[in-house]
Design a protein around this ligand. Structure first.
Ligand code: AHR
Length: 513
């Protein structure tokens, strides 16, 4: 009897050890589309994002370019199918006067970039340069308007300048500057971080300003109204969202923003190194990143009170990891390397966005090139793709696919005071009927086995790709640009409607069925 009990207990333990994590994929319950705009990017006049990153100047003979825009960057971003690009900031947006950046380049005034390194901005990359670059990239522009130091007239004229098809002073000016047809820009931010660098405003004051500015941003794009995005809360500032939702009429509002950076301290060197970090640092970064789920859930619940039909989108237009700058670089330029930690962070965050796709309909990783959690780093003529780039590319199969809801029971991964879920998962079905499942092993030490029950997913085969490396600190460099790149994954086994997947430590996987 005692022996039998021991065997039962032991087999119980081994069974438990195998099924560390269970997921039910509800393939019959998909009704929400994962907007492709969740895969948006952000390009601010900050450090080497625009100059050196996107734009090297029309006269550059060393780096292949079209009208000054780097072609290697265009090629790489097109492979990500980037759906939208936010510009010109960030904090810079509320110092930017768009008329400084139009007309002959040698006549454009210079300004000081007061937020980012105090460098001189010569305005050689302006509205035409950006909007033409978006056409080259096949992406939708998202323009952030200046409310903090601008005027209502200035912003309403910018809308007319880029969008008005008929005769008007602004469309005539556009034509004089070489562009006949309007660009039809749909997405417009009405200020950035109005609670901080955008003017240190209180929420009710900003809500009033938003009403005033958006009243005069009433143009149409084709038959549609433009999409106006209110400057939103930082992290868990729920009062900000509540005040906007309460005070702005729903017919004046298409989106409310929210920003969340994974950072553990705002002092000059308090953020830790991007590449030289401990397991505890990693757990701290991931703990910060995973708060995104709670923040979105609570902001969305507030929005539900005022907008139960979910007309207004929650737009996470700045997210990502923020570390100390690379040694020897300008502290105002926010240039940081990008490791497998960032790949795990990106994969987990995108899974959170997918699982909240009913309210989160746009997001912008901060930032695309050479700033914070970039997908691309450049050095002179060289360009490298970061681990975050590869995650965005692997996950792009989810763009505009139907979210398949999941029930997940994850084991836990504990490091010092941090208790994190060991895995992160989301699933979708694309228009061709293929199901994709993205899975992240957050646990740095153990392989994680996930048993997935597939309801309403009919498939007899599974293929996959994995992004992995021996150490979480591993990254691509200009000397070794291909240390980390996706390869085929054979760790998924399908038996009837049960899929068993074993993820090695430090890995992000996307399966196709
Ligand atoms: O992305 C860098 C900065 O972070 C942005 O300019 C600002 O909006 C945020 O505080």
């Amino acid at each position: 009897m005692k022996k039998q009990l021991t065997i039962v207990l032991l087999s119980g333990i081994s069974l438990f050890a195998k099924a560390q994590n269970t997921v039910i994929i509800k393939g019959d319950d998909g009704k929400t589309v994962i907007s492709r705009h969740i895969y948006g990017h952000f390009a601010e006049h900050l450090g080497r994002s625009i100059y050196d990153g996107f734009y090297v100047g029309e006269n550059n003979t060393k780096i292949p370019n079209k009208n000054g825009v780097r072609l290697d960057v265009v090629d790489a971003l097109k492979k990500l199918k980037i759906p939208n690009l936010r510009w010109p900031g960030g904090c810079f947006a509320d110092t930017y006067h768009w008329k400084d950046g139009i007309g002959p380049k040698d006549k454009r005034p210079t300004i000081v970039n007061t937020w980012w390194g105090g460098v001189t901005e010569n305005n050689s990359f302006g509205t035409h340069d950006f909007l033409n670059m978006c056409e080259l990239l096949g992406t939708e522009p998202y323009l952030s308007g200046n409310v903090g130091s601008g005027t209502v007239q200035e912003l309403s004229e910018w809308v007319q300048y880029v969008n008005f098809p008929k005769d008007s002073p602004m469309s005539t000016l556009r034509q004089e500057n070489g562009r006949t047809a309007p660009w039809n820009v749909r997405y417009w931010g009405v200020a950035n971080e109005a609670w901080g660098c955008g003017g240190n405003m209180k929420p009710d004051y900003y809500a009033n300003l938003y009403r005033q500015y958006s009243t005069f941003m009433n143009a149409n794009v084709g038959k549609e109204k433009i999409f106006r995005i209110a400057s939103g809360a930082s992290d868990d500032d729920y009062n900000w969202t509540e005040t906007l939702m309460k005070n702005i009429p729903m017919n004046m509002l298409e989106g409310v923003a929210m920003h969340h950076y994974s950072v553990f301290g705002w002092g000059e060197n308090a953020k830790g190194s991007a590449t030289d970090f401990t397991e505890t640092d990693y757990a701290h970064t991931m703990d910060e990143a995973l708060k995104m789920d709670e923040f979105i859930g609570k902001h969305a619940a507030i929005m539900d009170k005022y907008d139960p039909s979910k007309k207004v989108a929650l737009i996470v237009d700045e997210w990502g990891a923020w570390y100390n700058v690379e040694p020897g670089t300008n502290p105002g330029f926010l240039y940081q390397q990008n490791t497998m930690r960032d790949a795990i962070l990106a994969g987990s965050t995108l899974n959170i966005f997918h699982n909240h796709a009913d309210r989160v309909r746009m997001a912008n990783l901060a930032q695309a090139i050479n700033v914070l959690q970039s997908v691309i780093l450049t050095k002179g003529e060289q360009m490298i793709l970061t681990p975050t780039y590869h995650v965005m590319e692997m996950y792009s199969v989810h763009q505009d696919a139907t979210l398949l809801p999941i029930d997940i029971k994850s084991g836990s991964y504990e490091v010092d005071k941090y208790k994190l879920p060991a895995v992160s998962v989301s699933a979708s079905r694309d228009k061709a009927g293929k199901t994709h499942i993205s899975l992240v092993n957050i646990d740095l030490n153990k392989p994680q086995t996930i048993t997935l029950t597939l309801q309403g997913v009919k498939s007899t085969s599974v293929t996959g790709r994995i992004l992995t490396s021996a150490h979480v600190q591993d990254h691509n460099t200009f000397d070794k640009p291909e240390t980390i790149k996706p390869v085929a994954f054979n760790g998924a086994k399908l038996s009837g409607n049960t899929l068993t997947v074993t993820l090695p430590p430090v890995s992000v996987v996307v399966l196709e069925m």
